[in-house]
Design a protein around this ligand. Structure first.
Ligand code: PRP
Ligand code: URA
Length: 212
């Protein structure tokens, strides 16, 4: 796979540990959901190294000092439905006041083409840093179209975060959206003939919500 300036693959040992458990077919729904949330929280810290801070005056018990905080109301989270929902709490652990928008996309199982079925975004999202989240980046169609949808609605500063990616998904998003930093926890080998990531973890939405 080519390398891309806008793609960041974490090789964090704690994330590796948690992903091993996540992949295991014997990991049940509750543990799966908790792991997705925990991995997302670690990823959020790592991907926000460039977050914009504003100076604030703080009075310690000893003196006044100028310190730095994340600007109020500057972050929005947009999960790609359904599986992205599993990552929302993980970002909220770090930014509890972030507003949440939703984009509904599903992959047509035959063509693997993404279909948008829902989009509801917080007011003023165009002036926020937007975290688009989805645990799986397979062909990249869903993420790439969701990024188009956000840009069409005026979003200018977007970060995309996925837990597991296939090379094809990285290429699609990185090439269609070179302005969007893409953060993934691990890069897997390939897609199978049904567009599933190998070794992957199966269907993230089904494992999060117990639908199969
Ligand atoms: C999964 C996943 C991504 C998409 C990735 O969703 O959560 O949104 O597939 O595949 P792609 O990169 O090839 O587009 P799915 O369509 O299965 O819907 P779900 O979240 O409702 O299960
Ligand atoms: N969506 C999933 O949930 N898993 C995959 O492996 C690919 C797409």
């Amino acid at each position: 796979m080519k390398t891309y300036k806008n793609v960041f693959i974490f090789d964090h040992p704690l994330i590796k540990h948690k992903i091993s458990i996540l992949r295991d077919k014997n990991t049940g729904m509750k543990e799966f959901r908790e792991l997705v949330e925990e991995i997302t929280t670690i990823m959020t810290y790592e991907s926000m190294r460039d977050v914009q801070l504003v100076p604030v005056e703080v009075e310690t018990p000893l003196e006044k000092t100028v310190q730095y905080k994340v600007a109020d109301d500057s972050i929005a989270i947009v999960p790609i439905l359904r599986a992205g929902l599993g990552m929302v709490n993980g970002v909220h652990k770090v930014f509890p006041t972030a507003k949440v928008g939703h984009i509904g996309m599903y992959r047509d199982e035959r063509t693997l083409q993404p279909q948008e079925y829902y989009c509801k975004l917080p007011e003023g999202i165009e002036n926020k840093t937007v975290f688009l989240i989805d645990p799986m980046l397979a062909t990249g169609g869903s993420a790439s179209d969701a990024l188009d949808a956000l840009k069409k609605r005026g979003c200018k500063k977007i970060k995309f975060m996925a837990i597991i990616a296939a090379p094809k998904g990285i290429e699609t998003v990185a090439e269609n959206h070179p302005d969007v930093p893409v953060y993934v926890s691990t890069l897997d080998r390939q897609l199978n003939e049904n567009g599933y990531i190998l070794p992957g973890l199966g269907d993230a939405g089904d494992r999060l919500f117990g639908t199969k």
